[in-house]
Design a binder for this molecule. Sequence first.
Ligand code: TYM
Length: 511
Amino acid sequence: MTTTTKGEEEEESSEQVVTPWDVSAGADGKIDYAKLVREFGCSEIDENLIERIERCTKTKAHPFLRRGLFFAHRELDEIVSAYEKGEKFYLYTGRGPSSESLHLGHLVPFQFTKWLQDAFKVPLVIQLTDDEKFLWKDLQLEDCRRLARENAKDIAACGFNPETTFIFADASYMCSSFYVNMVKIAKCVTFNQAKGIFGFTGDSNIGQIGFPPVQAAPSFPDCFPHMFGMNKKSLKCLIPCAIDQDPYFRMTRDVSHRIGGYKPALVESRFFPALKGESGKMSASDPTSAIYVTDTAKEIKNKINKHAFSGGGATIEEQRENGANLEVDVPWKWLNFFLEDDEKLKEIGEKYGSGEMLTGEIKQILVDVLTPMVEEHQKRRALVTDEVLDVYFNPTKTPKVFLDLFREYEEKEFGKWEKKKGGGDSENDDLCAALEEKMKLEGATENEEGCAIGAPKSEDWLRIRKERMQRDAPTEGSKSALKKAAKIKAAAEKKAAEKAAKAAARGEAAT
Ligand code: TYM
């Protein structure tokens, strides 16, 4: 098994190769996407599905969707059908942190995920596979962990809602619920199957062989009990990514029913091609093969003018006579990703394809589109301080929105939300209730954890909260805990009564 990422392989091969670690075009220099759909067994996204998405989200489809750049799926139609009936889902995507910054190709799934998050109003988890990169690359684990945080800044700069987005790095987050899923998944896949799916050989280190369940596990909501509770079926999952990640999730979908979960759905993109052409290498070790989100305006201009593969005529005369071959032209392909204006794009395609426009002109248009986009990204990234990042990484926050989501599920599943009465509930519940009562009296709408006061509590959620309170609060005997609860409540009631009396007195004075 090679240890390269997409496009970093050195050997040429006439067969196209698309794996999570290795992408190279076939002999004709192109990726045959129809063949990939056939071989992987996914489906193409059709107009009807796009229309349904627009209808149920009341949002115009993202250009990546309308232009067929996100072109394949697995059960995206099921997610849409469920959503049409009022069911929510969560999004899961990720990044393997192997370089200091992202290149423009990496922005594609994140920009699209941001659009999905806003259009469907659903929560999102983002996995940073620092462990994967450590296992596959010549990097120290500590470097990968640092890169995970650096890359997270670029990801956050895409504008994800910190209230509904949880970013985690494997080496830091791995918790019991996560491990339980991993080990269950691992038991369902034989080494022979893993060899078939991922191409492992006798030279693969055993960390690599054991890694796929790590990327599979976040497809199940109970990996994130602080967000979705402990029920594996509390929410369905939709994964946006490029098609290279499909093998991980083919495996995940095959084992889902055996571990009691839903199959994750996928929405998959084509590759944003390398600067030097689709068959070329977008490589971290060759800075001229890609544009990075850290590049300056000058670097962007130079790279495009010097290295962007052109499908235009070799001379001005040839270009005027025959026009450009848009099938292989990189500036044209890149504009398809990042030029938002459909009309303008169409006009450029017609003019450049017919020879009315020259290569230098389309390259200049691309420079004019990418420079402000990258500069804007850099400005937003500068705002992502360590404190801001900590909000995304916080594994104890349970924002109100997750509770609302969970409530919808509970209402559907159990038809009721009242806190269960009796049943041997401990003093912790009384303490919780007293604290919430206190805050309610003080006019707060959320408790210290950012949870809605009086938010419905499922059994799972109650238990998690109890565990958290036990962990965070100094341990107290049952009597003193009850006493403390009563004291807090009494003090709060006294304060509220005083406030009310003062207000009444003021009212009387005014009349
Ligand atoms: P990584 O870091 O290789 O890539 C991150 C995301 O970017 C997509 N991608 C591209 N999309 C379009 N054009 C390109 N040229 C291009 N290059 C990369 C990838 O498909 C991916 O979506 N193992 C994963 C990290 C991961 C993950 C996930 C990805 C963990 N969990 C869930 C997607 C979904 C990796 O190394 O991605």
